[in-house]
Design a protein around this ligand. Structure first.
Ligand SMILES: [Zn+2]
Ligand SMILES: [Zn+2]
Length: 362
């Protein structure tokens, strides 16, 4: 079968032939891969910034944003049929018996760092014709979501962030009516986060680099979010326009902008980071005022990575909801679909757009 493989030592990414995987356990499922989404993580993996092959291998298969069709399963799997659509979890538990998170079934909170991640860390990814995976880490998707279900994995980031926002805001000793959110970044994770926040009742603005018109600004308008360009509007002007900001959902990975926005978050507000910043020049800034704000305004900062089972369940439920409420906005988030042979343009970041997808099978 075909697979897109990354060779970190040789600094090569290429289409290779590999043996088709077989089911060798009662709880395993054989999957025909339909689509794999490409994101910034894949671009960094293909620039060899990080990424670790499985033990004993010099390469790993790329891809962590999956949409798969069930072809076959082991005898203990009684709730999946051939033809069913599923999306796979990305992170799997570490083997350490003393890791409380993994032992409780939450590898996205792993404490040892010895976890596995499909297509990223010590585990092959999904950019191959077939994959075999344990039933436990597959999430069934309704057939009606076939065209958009490759967005489930990026949506799980927003779902996990939302779970954290809800939990953190429960600390307030009254029922908070904090209902204004700012999303930083208008890529797929940002736009899906904006959809989630709007669906949950937040008055939502998106603050992103490019001036309108652009495809992300059009999607923002069609879901009822205010789109503000950081190129045209300073942070203090944005704050004037938006009003009190109770929740910031960061989906950009830009440190300077994050620090600048942190200064204008409201009392009792929460700032959730989902992006890992690249190295960038930072203007000298007043760290004291950031700490003073956290203290004097009861603010919270939370970082989140990856997603657990509940986030996948919530993501699939919400994707269905978004699909009904904003069908055009959701489908237009997928910029282009590429055949597997043409994987290079999207994974090298040359393709542009919001979300590019590798189409592996029809
Ligand atoms: Zn991704
Ligand atoms: Zn662990």
């Amino acid at each position: 079968m075909r697979a897109v493989a990354v060779y970190p030592q040789q600094r090569e990414v290429k289409l290779v032939e590999r043996p088709e995987p077989r089911i060798d356990g009662a709880s395993q499922v054989k999957l025909r891969m339909l689509e794999v989404g490409v994101c910034g993580t894949d671009k960094e993996l293909c620039a060899f910034v990080f990424g670790t092959p499985p033990a004993g291998s010099d390469h790993f298969v790329l891809g962590h944003e999956s949409l798969c069709e069930v072809c076959d399963s082991g005898r203990d799997v009684d709730d999946l049929q051939p033809g069913d659509l599923v999306v796979g979890s990305v992170r799997l538990p570490c083997p350490d018996q003393s890791c409380p998170a993994c032992r409780a079934g939450h590898p996205d909170f792993c404490t040892t760092g010895q976890y596995f991640e499909h297509g990223i860390n010590r585990l092959d990814g999904f950019m191959a014709d077939y994959v075999v995976k344990d039933r436990d880490w597959l999430h069934k998707v309704p057939l009606r979501l076939r065209e958009v279900a490759v967005l489930v994995e990026p949506l799980t980031i927003a779902e996990k962030a939302f779970q954290e926002i809800t939990r953190v805001q429960e600390r307030l000793p009254w029922k908070a009516l904090q209902r204004r959110a700012l999303v930083l970044g208008a890529g797929a994770v940002g736009l899906l986060g904006a959809m989630k926040l709007i669906a949950a009742g937040f008055e939502t603005s998106i603050y992103s680099l490019l001036p309108p018109p652009n495809p992300s600004a059009a999607i923002a308008a069609s879901i009822g979010a205010t789109y503000i360009s950081s190129q045209m509007t300073s942070v203090s002007e944005m704050r004037e326009q938006v009003g009190a900001i109770d929740v910031v959902y960061e989906a950009l990975g830009a440190a300077q902008l994050a620090f600048d926005v942190l200064k204008v978050v409201s009392p009792n507000g929460i700032f959730v980071f989902t992006g890992v910043p690249r190295a960038e020049y930072l203007q000298p800034f007043d760290t004291e005022s950031i700490i003073a704000n956290l203290v004097l305004k009861n603010q919270a900062m939370v970082g989140i990575v990856n997603a657990g089972r509940q986030a996948f369940a919530d993501g699939i439920r919400d994707l269905d909801l978004f699909h009904t409420r904003w069908p055009q906005a959701l489908t237009s988030m997928i910029t282009a679909r590429f055949p597997m042979e043409a994987f290079l343009d999207p994974v090298m970041g040359r393709a542009g757009g919001i979300k590019n997808v590798i189409r592996i099978a029809e």
